[in-house]
Design a protein around this ligand. Structure first.
Ligand code: UD1
Ligand code: UDP
Length: 352
């Protein structure tokens, strides 16, 4: 069986690392990197650290408006699919690379398998929500990470091909955490002690593209007076420069880090403040209280379980949560048993 995997953005490299390791034992895999993320610390570092095979194709799409990116990806992916004639196409998550990969394949009647299907924020203003709904509706196999995701698909009338596989990001954390403890020197490098800092990431378009929202978030982090480590996504860097925002000394800005350093930072912090989807879940996996800088989340289990609090960009709410938010309950496991990739490969082997 010949599978073409299409990835392009940071979280997709991590998800694909978990699946490709298993997939390649029984199938031929060709990897297309769209080039959506291209800085070394947004792309190459993940391929090296996580031993993802070098992409067979790099489309070098780079950055741009949604239409530019998605359109150019469609043109180039279609050409490769016509030449390679795969049995199926595998896509991950909800980025522009996801919808471009799924749509190119679907129009050529090549079956699409979607890993992380069924996630919904019910906020169609998010580009990710548009990407994931469209992708789910043209996929033949839908690997849902949670029961909530399965229910979301059922509610949209998608029942055939839906599999509750568990979450491949949970697989990844379990698989790489020992390697992270062994290899990562990030705490020493930044002079950090266990439990004595808060980790933050910000990159969501709804936060960065709004001067008001970003200002509230930065002010909240500053006024909390906590020791905060902020690996800065290039999108956020660009907007901070444009708005000319300055940081107070309690915030340590660093370049984006590789996955092993990131797991180390997550596992050793006291709390996490983020608008990332993946980082919210990793906070949960590592039993760290999470403060989510969004108005809603797809990962509702983490909130229902009391380990994640939604503050939006309300400055006072963020400050209060940083100071006082404390989960009261034990975590329940909603994300599978760490073998999501095995389950996915087993189903893929069965074909469509
Ligand atoms: C994308 C995804 C988002 C995901 C995120 C993961 C879409 C619509 N969004 O958002 O769902 O959560 O990736 O990180 O697909 N840039 C660089 N170097 C890079 C990559 C980006 O400088 O290697 C800068 C460019 O200025 C670019 C901006 O970041 O315009 C945004 O990049 P883009 O890939 O469009 O969206 P992300 O915000 O990264
Ligand atoms: N991540 C990383 N280095 C960083 C920031 C994030 O390795 O500097 C990892 C993080 O651990 C998680 C994934 O990237 O596995 C999340 O990606 P991101 O926040 O970019 O996107 P999202 O999950 O919101 O789509």
């Amino acid at each position: 069986m010949k599978v073409i995997t299409i990835i392009g953005a940071r979280p997709q490299f991590i998800k694909a690392a978990a699946v490709s390791r298993k997939l390649r034992k029984s199938m031929d895999e060709i990897i297309i990197h769209t080039g959506q993320h291209y800085d070394e610390n947004m792309s190459k570092i993940f391929f090296e650290e996580l031993q993802i095979p070098k992409p067979d194709y790099n489309l070098n799409i780079g950055s741009g408006n949604h239409g530019y990116m998605t359109g150019n990806m469609l043109i180039k992916i279609e050409e490769i699919l016509l030449n390679e004639k795969p049995d199926m196409v595998l896509v991950y998550g909800d980025t522009n690379s996801t919808i471009a990969g799924a749509l190119s394949a679907s129009k050529l009647l090549i079956p699409v398998a979607h890993v992380e299907a069924g996630l919904r924020s019910f906020n169609m203003a998010m580009p990710e929500e548009q990407n994931r709904i469209l992708t789910d509706h043209i996929s033949k196999l839908l690997f849902a990470p949670t029961q909530t995701a399965v229910n979301n698909l059922y509610n949209e009338g998608i029942k055939k091909g839906v599999v509750n596989s568990g979450d491949v990001m949970y697989d990844a954390v379990l698989f790489f955490k020992n390697l992270a403890s062994e290899k990562s020197r990030i705490l020493d490098r930044l002079g950090l002690n266990y439990g004595e800092y808060i980790l933050s990431t910000i990159h969501r378009a709804e936060n960065t593209n709004s001067k008001e929202r970003l200002k509230n978030i930065i002010e909240a982090l500053s006024e909390s007076e906590e020791n905060i480590v902020l690996p800065l996504h290039p999108r956020t860097k660009k907007f901070l420069e444009e708005y000319n925002f300055k940081f107070t000394e309690n915030i340590k800005i660093i370049e984006p880090v590789g996955y092993l350093d990131m797991i180390m930072l997550e596992g050793s912090c006291s709390k996490i403040v983020t608008d990332s989807g993946g980082v919210q879940k990793e906070a949960f996996f590592m039993a760290k209280p999470c403060i989510t800088l969004r108005d809603e989340t797809e990962w509702v289990e983490t909130v229902d379980n009391g380990w994640n609090i939604i503050t939006g960009c309300d400055k006072e709410k963020i400050i209060k949560a940083i100071k006082y938010f404390k989960p009261e309950r034990e975590r329940e496991n909603h994300f599978g048993d760490g073998n999501a990739a095995d389950k996915i490969v087993e189903v893929l082997k069965g074909g469509f």
